[in-house]
Write a protein that binds this ligand. Structure first.
Ligand code: GSH
Length: 307
């Protein structure tokens, strides 16, 4: 079994972003295929109810959110760089902008063209997203979503127009993977007509091919039960980082807190054990796995005292 276990499903764009990061960093990984919609009875108890996808696991450590998973992979992997020297913040900023500006619009473009979307998926996502992803509802709005995606893609086109291979220069980085995955979802699922519209220039098309060629690296399949065993058989680490920023917002080590995505998703409950520049760590306990650590990036999540 590889050290890094990825809980994900094939259709998920943020999972595709992360699978490519495994390929770029040449990290060998184990793949646990999770259900596309909840309930996820094996995963949810381990992760304190965090319900976004993907989640990475190393023993009793769970890394929530692709931004934080990238931080882990950058430390573990021997090849490539997700964050080229001096360009880490730029790579993150480009990723943040494109994902916030285009992910939902791209998904809406693609889903508006999809056939046979299960009603369970439509019903389950409605309260989470606050958006109805029924193709019948999205299809008449396609022009709106398409022009939103296209307007942002113009900036990518401009960036690549000096002949560079990737967004930050000669080598691929996290920025490329963040821009790629919403387009990947459209090109996989949106149908030929939409593909042509999103595939707006030869420059973007060639760049898309270069990113796709990174691939997913070496992975083996793992069952959810094997992942549970891996967590139960490991002791969680005892991180010591602490920041005054936590005290400034009235939080202390050992507090019972919630960590909640700042866009959509449910709160995760746990005991606050570390607060560093880039991450917060909760201790969580469940009969299936015993004690585990849940890691979240600082950016994109709100920490608050649990009621
Ligand atoms: N900021 C998160 C976003 C993750 C996200 O929104 N993932 C989608 C799937 S691609 C999701 O969680 N959908 C609901 C689900 O899978 O339950 C990250 O970077 O990991």
């Amino acid at each position: 079994m590889s050290q890094v276990i990825l809980h994900h499903y094939q259709l998920s764009p943020y999972s595709e972003k992360t699978r490519l990061a495994m390929g770029l960093k040449k990290v060998a990984w184990s793949s646990v295929d999770i259900p596309i919609w909840t309930p996820r009875p094996k995963l949810t108890p381990m992760t304190g109810g965090y319900r976004r996808t993907p989640i990475a696991q190393v023993g009793a450590e769970f890394y929530c959110d692709s931004l934080h998973i990238f931080q882990l992979l950058e430390q573990l992997g021997g090849a490539g760089r997700l964050y080229p020297p001096g360009q880490e913040s730029l790579a993150k900023a480009i990723g943040w902008w494109f994902e916030k500006g285009s992910f939902f619009n791209a998904v809406s473009v693609a889903m508006g063209g999809m056939e046979g979307v299960p009603q369970e998926l439509i019903d389950e996502r409605l309260p989470l997203f606050g958006v109805n992803i029924d193709p019948e509802v999205l299809r008449p709005e396609r022009a709106k979503y398409l022009q939103r995606v296209d307007a942002h893609l113009q900036w990518i086109d401009d960036l690549l127009s000096d002949g560079r291979n990737f967004l930050l220069g000669a080598e691929p980085s996290a920025a490329d993977l963040s821009v790629y995955h919403p387009l990947w979802f459209v090109r996989q699922n949106g149908g030929d007509e939409v593909n042509e519209l999103v595939n707006r220039s030869t420059v973007i098309d060639a760049w898309y091919g270069r990113v796709a060629a990174i691939g997913h690296g070496d992975f083996t399949e793992l069952t959810a039960d094997q992942a549970i065993d891996a967590a139960r058989e490991s002791d969680p680490s005892e991180p010591v980082e602490w920041s005054r920023e936590a005290e400034n917002v009235g939080l202390h080590r050992g507090d019972k807190v919630t960590v909640t995505p700042d866009d959509y998703g449910n709160p995760v409950y746990g005991t606050l054990i570390a607060w560093a520049e880039n991450r917060v760590v909760l201790r969580h306990e469940d009969p299936s796995v015993g004690k585990v650590n849940l890691h979240f990036p600082r950016v994109g999540f709100d920490v608050a005292l649990a009621a």
